[in-house]
Ligand binder design. Structure first.
Ligand code: 13P
Length: 249
């Protein structure tokens, strides 16, 4: 049975002190046993938030890692460093990284490889922009992102990956995908996984929805058979709202 996951992506928000407080506020709430809750924090917060969540069911994710293992790459943070801070997950391929920092599928494949080699579990983001949806090439875009970013992995590696479908036009815009749009794409993604790795792997793969998901719309999104949870931006910055999403299954 695949895991239900609700992951917060704090993006570049919260000072260290605010982040610690938010993590404490989340951990102080009752979290349903069948939902994995993950906090995706800025690098600087990781070790402190890891201390806060210790002994709770909450896990921590970095929001990125370098595409190189180590060396003279000023300002970069390696997968090995993240792992050594006691972190379990890493968000890779977010559309903001793709759009603002030039991350291509080729670069992302390197990051995925390094993350897995270092024992991190990737939350791999894919999604189309509005023009791609409107011109009808949305499925081709998603297929290419999957094939180039993930499908080079062997089955033993792929099974550690969580996929997050985040239509770019829904991110931070308040324009959430309809439950039908989300289900249609999630089912397509699962079919692609089945075609590459078989039906058992496809059944076991967690596919999250991201983009303007909040407590008031999470229930109808998560009710879809192929939507296994959410990757949450803005609504992960307030503990009550975030827990509303966690409890929306
Ligand atoms: P919002 O929930 O703010 O739309 O952001 C979604 C997202 O990008 C999560 O990674």
């Amino acid at each position: 049975m695949r895991k239900k996951i609700v992951a917060g992506n704090w993006k570049m928000n919260n000072t260290l002190q605010e982040g610690i407080q938010l993590a404490k506020d989340v951990c102080n709430k009752t979290i349903p046993q069948d939902v994995k809750v993950i906090l995706g924090t800025p690098f600087i917060h990781l070790t402190e938030v890891a201390k806060v969540v210790k002994g709770t069911p909450v896990a921590v994710a970095a929001q990125n890692c370098a595409d190189k293992a180590a060396g003279a790459y000023t300002g970069e943070v390696s997968a090995a460093m993240i792992k050594s801070a006691g972190i379990e997950y890493v968000i890779l391929g977010h559309s903001e990284r793709r759009a603002y920092y030039g991350e291509t599928n080729t670069i992302l494949a390197e990051k995925v490889k390094l993350a897995l080699e270092n024992g991190l579990l990737p939350i791999f983001c894919i999604g189309e922009v509005l023009e791609e949806r409107e011109s009808g090439i949305l499925f081709d875009v998603i297929k290419k992102q999957l094939e180039e970013g993930l499908f080079f992995l062997g089955a033993d590696e792929f099974k550690k990956v969580v996929i997050a479908y985040e239509p770019v036009w829904a991110i931070g815009t308040g324009k959430v995908a309809t439950p039908a749009q989300a289900q249609e794409m999630h089912a397509y993604i699962r079919q692609q996984v089945a075609a590459k790795y078989g039906n058992t792997m496809a059944d076991d793969t967690t596919i999250l929805y991201g983009g303007s998901c909040k407590a008031s719309n999470a229930g109808e999104l998560f009710a879809n058979p192929d939507v296994d949870g959410g990757l949450i931006g803005g609504a992960s910055l307030k503990a009550d709202e975030f827990l509303g999403i966690v409890n929306a299954f």
